[in-house]
Design a protein around this ligand. Structure first.
Ligand code: ZN
Ligand code: ZN
Length: 359
C-alpha cells in the first residue's frame, strides 16, 4: 500500500508498505478522506514529539474492509468516522471518559500507531462512529478538529451573547467561530493569513484583524470597550504573531474574563505573559488539552463530544470542511517534495487541506 510516513522534521515521504492486518478488537479500513490538521503541520515543522517512521493522518473517514476477532458491530462496506485515540480502557482517565489523558494512550497517526494517510489502516473498533445519514465521508474527515471546538463550547467557558476574540484562526478556532455564530455573540478574529480571515468572516465574525498591520488592542477596545468576555488562543509556532497571542489575550480580556488555550505549543508565548495580569484582573485561564471527552455523566459515548460534533455537522450547524479548503488527490502526492510543498504552504495557502484518498 501507499503511505505518507514521517521521518522527522521536514521529512515526510510517500512509501510503499506492507498491508496491515487487524488484530483482536480492530478493523482494517480503507481511508476515504484525510484532513491535514495543523497538528500535522507542527509534526512536519518538528515542534511536536513524534514516533519515528509513523504513517501520519489522524483526521479521517473510512470504509471498513475487514474485521479482526471479537468485532461484532460492524460489517465490511460500512462507512465510519474514526476517533484516532488509543486508550487502555481501565485507568482513571479512561473510566472518566477522558481518553486523551490516558497515560498509556496514543493517537493514530501521531504516536503509538499508524494513521490514515495510506491506502489501508488498522483502527480500534471502539473508535469507530457510524455516519449519520446527512454526513458525507468528506465531512466526516473533519470531525476531529471540530471536536476540539465542541469541547470548548460544551465546557460552559463561552455563553450565548459573549464578546469573544479568537486569536489565531486555525482549524479549531474556525469551528469555534461556527458554534458562536448561532449564539448571538460578538466575534473578532485575528490571524495573519487572509484565507483564514475570509473563512472566519464567512462564519459570522464581525471583524477580522491582521496582526502585522492592525492595532489589535485599539480595534478590540473600539468594539468591546471593557475588553472581551472570552479570548480563545491558538498558539502556532509557525505563525510568528502567535508568539505574542497569550500575552495579548491577557490584555484583551475584561476584568474577570476568561482566556482559553485551545492549542498550545512552544515555551516563548508563556514567557511573555505578565504574570500579575491574571491576578489583578481575576482572569480565569482554561486549557483544553483533553481534546474531546465521553464523560459517563453526560451520556458517555452516545452524547460525547465526537457524536455531538457529527450530529452538528449533519444538522448544518458546522460547515465541514470550511469553504476555503484545498482538496488534494492522494495520487498527486508522488514525492517527498509534493508533501513538503503542501505543509510549507500552510497556513497561508488554505484554511484547511483535505486529501481525497480515492482520487
Ligand atoms: Zn487534528
Ligand atoms: Zn487509560
Amino acid at each position: 500500500m501507499r503511505a505518507v510516513v514521517s521521518h522527522g522534521k521536514k521529512d515526510f515521504r510517500i512509501e510503499s508498505r506492507a498491508d496491515p492486518r487487524p488484530g483482536t478488537g480492530e478493523v482494517l479500513v480503507r481511508p476515504l478522506f484525510n484532513g491535514l490538521c495543523f497538528t500535522d503541520k507542527h509534526l512536519f515543522d518538528g515542534h511536536v514529539e513524534r514516533a519515528a517512521d509513523i504513517v501520519i493522518g489522524h483526521e479521517f473517514s473510512a470504509e471498513i474492509v475487514a474485521l479482526g476477532d471479537r468485532v461484532d458491530d460492524w460489517r465490511p462496506g460500512d462507512h465510519v468516522s474514526v476517533d484516532p485515540r488509543i486508550r487502555c480502557g481501565t485507568c482513571l482517565a479512561c473510566r472518566a471518559g477522558l481518553e486523551t489523558l490516558c497515560p498509556d494512550g496514543g493517537f493514530l497517526g501521531v504516536r503509538g500507531a499508524d494513521g490514515g494517510l495510506a491506502d489501508l489502516c488498522v483502527a480500534p473498533a471502539y473508535g469507530l462512529y457510524r455516519l449519520p445519514e446527512a454526513v458525507s465521508p468528506l465531512q466526516a474527515a473533519c470531525v476531529e478538529a471540530a471536536c476540539c471546538a465542541t469541547r470548548a463550547l460544551r465546557s460552559g467557558a463561552i455563553v450565548p451573547g459573549d464578546n469573544v476574540v479568537l486569536l489565531g484562526l486555525d482549524d479549531y478556532n474556525l469551528f469555534v467561530a461556527q458554534w458562536l455564530k448561532a449564539q448571538g455573540g460578538l466575534v473578532i478574529g485575528v490571524d495573519g493569513a487572509s484565507v483564514r480571515r475570509e473563512a472566519a468572516r464567512g462564519f459570522g465574525a464581525a471583524t477580522c484583524l491582521d496582526p502585522s498591520s492592525d492595532n489589535i488592542v485599539r480595534a478590540v477596545r473600539a468594539a468591546m470597550p471593557f475588553g472581551a468576555d472570552v479570548v480563545v488562543v491558538a498558539l502556532e509556532d509557525y505563525a510568528p504573531a502567535a508568539t505574542d497571542y497569550l500575552a495579548l489575550a491577557h490584555r484583551l480580556a475584561r476584568i474577570q474574563g476568561t482566556v482559553i488555550l485551545i492549542r498550545a505549543y512552544g515555551a516563548e508565548p508563556f514567557a511573555r505573559i505578565q504574570p500579575s495580569t491574571a491576578w489583578l484582573k481575576e482572569l480565569t485561564i482554561r486549557h483544553f488539552g483533553n481534546f474531546f471527552g465521553n464523560e459517563p455523566a453526560r451520556g458517555g459515548r452516545d452524547r460525547g463530544d465526537w457524536q455531538v460534533t457529527l450530529d452538528a455537522i449533519g444538522r448544518g450547524i458546522l460547515a465541514a470542511p470550511p469553504p476555503q479548503t484545498e482538496l488534494v488527490p492522494f495520487s498527486a502526492l508522488k514525492t517527498a517534495g509534493d508533501i513538503g510543498a503542501l505543509f510549507d504552504g500552510l497556513p497561508g495557502s488554505a484554511a484547511k487541506i483535505v486529501v481525497d484518498m480515492a482520487d
